[in-house]
Design a binder for this molecule. Structure first.
Ligand SMILES: [Fe+2]
Length: 138
């Protein structure tokens, strides 16, 4: 199980809630992998989680990007590029490989996601924090 840590909070409620939800979905994947370790077939649920993650990520990025436009965020191009790269990575996931070796593949995805999300929050999202707060985004 993966847990949200307070150090990742930006102090912007809407965004923090969305980030927390992203971590929750990622955590669902880690719980599922524990079940797979006991020999359960997790293929269908893994596909479901990845689908949920994709949908939520798209929603969250769109939310941020609309505010970048509205507030004319200085680093918006670079930030949007990072978003697009992650969406492309998620869409590239080969779900047939999941069926071959569910645990190995699932762990690989999990590790990638956790690293990405936390790195993105602490390295890129922090850059818009002050701008959002100054403009009353809560
Ligand atoms: Fe972002």
């Amino acid at each position: 199980m993966i847990q949200w840590e307070k150090q990742y909070e930006l102090g912007i409620k809407s965004i923090d809630d969305q980030h927390r939800r992203l971590i929750e979905i990622t955590s669902d994947l880690s719980v599922l992998l524990t079940e797979a370790a006991y020999g359960e077939d997790i293929y269908d649920r893994m596909v479901e989680i990845i689908q949920a993650l994709t949908n939520y990520t798209v929603y969250h990025f769109k939310f941020e990007e609309e505010l970048f436009e509205k507030l004319n965020f200085e680093f918006k191009e670079k930030h949007i590029l990072e978003h697009n790269n992650l969406i492309a990575e998620i869409e590239k996931l080969d779900l047939r490989a999941v069926d071959e070796d569910q645990i190995t593949y699932g762990k690989k995805i999990l590790k990638f996601l956790i690293t990405w999300v936390f790195k993105h929050i602490s390295g890129s999202d922090v850059l818009y924090r002050d701008l959002f707060i100054e403009n009353g985004i809560a």
